[in-house]
Design a protein around this ligand. Structure first.
Ligand code: XIL
Length: 480
């Protein structure tokens, strides 16, 4: 991760503001048409792989208690590259007694995910619901202080392990008011949400900070507009917010509507990422799942989708059978629709890395150059690198799609159907997603051993550049 210094995060020109400038530059490049590249990778065969090939993620909610269920973890490990703790990071789980923090179940999920190359969304730092008993009975400045301490402690504990936090969850009222929901937190003062975001920013300057809510999918609803106005106000005043999560629990009372895409793109236009954070759809109609994914893929800043559970039997709404896998673990028609929509969708805009920004001094235009101008931008694809032979197979690494902060690589193995390939990235680079293989890591986190897992002989991974655009190196290929 790039280190952003603490202390200046409250300034409008602090790290999040600088990120905004880089993103604005990226948007400009995209607008000029220079930055859209066709995806070079072949269509993926799992949800996470297909999303990652498009510069996005596909996640699921995970319950720590189910990690001992083999059928569950088989699907989790195969299909997803982002994980949200279903309950284990909530306030009642992480601070069951005031000032006594308990992270065991959350860490089980974080470790399961990160040791397998999946990323983690943090859910949630401040919420009116699932508060510990001691907090439920608090009010006023004591509650405000306790809430801010909770945000600080938990975000600090998971710093570097959580890519995005739902800092505040469900703070707006249902119905026609468009205003805030009444709660003990709301009664501490209307500024409690921004106070929580500032505390989270100070604790983990690198995590993306999201506001997350439900029934905010329909663009015409007062609640959607209320959240939109808050995010617009936060951006205008420099409150550190990076993303908005749409829970998107769709059912007969709160159905998917075709203006969902307008909602996503309207929020994105405020300068935040948008993410679908808790998707489930009553009855799991394939067409509706397809529409949701297509809507996300149509919005460049919709960078990920999370379904709220794996199999129907894992769902908090099991009787609605709202998920992508049957209770026996088989894929439902909705799964195929989602996979196809991911594979047919557009990649998020690619941007040249910051190092290729043209020099600020302009050469004189009147005299012809005496030598060829230097080529500043590294090529987006490069000749494959081949490791020294030996080990019974050959692994060839090819550059794939590149974005402003990260790039994909694809490795093709020949000479063996069962193999293990060792790949190294250069610090401070970090691999943030992988597909079509089972990765393990050395203790530095920079050397990945990828083993075949029956997904064929081409695997891929995403590297966060963190300022270093060196191509990853294949160190060895061993037939097994
Ligand atoms: C749900 C969990 O899935 C259940 O296991 C738990 O009993 C209640 O909470 N909005 C959210 C999630 O933000 O945290 C909720 O998760 C579902 C609604």
């Amino acid at each position: 991760m790039t280190e952003r210094c603490h202390g200046d995060t409250r300034s409008p020109a602090g790290p999040r503001a600088r990120t905004a400038i880089v993103l604005a530059a990226a948007a400009l490049l995209a607008a000029t048409g220079a930055a859209f590249l066709p995806s070079t990778a072949s269509a993926g065969t799992t949800l996470g792989a297909s999303a990652a090939e498009k510069g996005r993620y596909f996640g699921t909610a995970v319950a720590a208690s189910r990690l001992s269920d083999n059928a569950y973890t088989t699907i989790l490990n195969r299909e997803f590259n982002m994980v949200t703790a279903e309950n284990e990071m909530k306030m009642n789980a992480t601070e069951p007694q005031q000032g006594r923090f308990s992270y065991g179940a959350a860490e089980q999920i974080v470790n399961h995910a990160r040791s397998r190359g999946m990323s983690v969304r943090g859910h949630t730092l401040a919420w009116h619901s699932q508060q510990p008993g001691w907090m439920e009975s608090m009010s006023g400045s004591a509650l405000r202080q306790a809430m801010l301490n909770h945000v600080t402690q938990v975000a600090t504990h998971f710093r570097g392990q959580v890519v995005a936090w739902d800092v505040v969850n469900e703070a707006f009222a249902d119905g026609s008011s468009g205003g805030r929901r009444d709660s003990n937190l709301q009664r501490t003062g209307n500024d409690w949400i921004e106070a929580a975001f500032r505390a989270a920013d100070a604790a983990d300057p690198n995590a993306k900070l999201c506001y997350n809510d439900y029934n905010t999918d329909n663009w015409t609803h007062a609640k959607t507009q209320g959240v939109y106005n808050m995010v617009r106000d936060f951006k205008a005043r420099g409150v550190p917010i990076d993303c908005v999560g749409f829970q998107s629990h769709f059912n007969n009372n709160s159905p998917y509507v075709s203006n969902y895409r307008t909602t996503l793109s309207s929020f994105a236009a405020l300068g935040v990422d948008v993410q679908i954070t808790e998707l489930d759809i009553q009855g799991a109609p394939a067409n509706t799942y397809r529409s949701v994914v297509e809507d996300c893929m149509a919005v460049p800043r919709c960078n990920g989708i999370t379904v709220w559970g794996i199999r129907d039997s894992d769902s908090w709404l099991a009787s609605q059978t709202p998920l992508l896998f049957n209770s026996n673990g088989s894929k439902k028609p909705a799964y195929d629709a989602v996979l196809a929509a991911l594979n047919n969708g557009a990649a998020v805009p690619t941007t040249a890395p910051p190092t290729s920004v043209p020099p600020t001094s302009v050469p004189p235009t009147s005299t012809p150059p005496t030598s060829a101008p230097p080529t500043t931008a590294p090529p987006t694809t490069a000749p494959p690198t081949t490791p020294p032979p030996g080990g019974g197979c050959t692994a060839t690494l090819q550059d794939s799609t590149r974005w402003g902060d990260r790039f994909n690589s694809q490795v093709t193995v020949s000479g063996a159907s069962s193999w293990s390939v060792v790949v190294a990235v250069t610090p401070p680079q970090k691999v943030s997603a992988t597909w079509n293989g089972s990765p393990t890591w050395d203790s530095s986190g920079n050397v990945m051993t990828m083993r075949s897992n029956g997904s064929g002989n081409v695997f891929g991974f995403t590297t966060m550049a963190n300022g270093n655009w060196t191509r990853p190196q294949v160190l060895s290929c061993t037939a097994s």
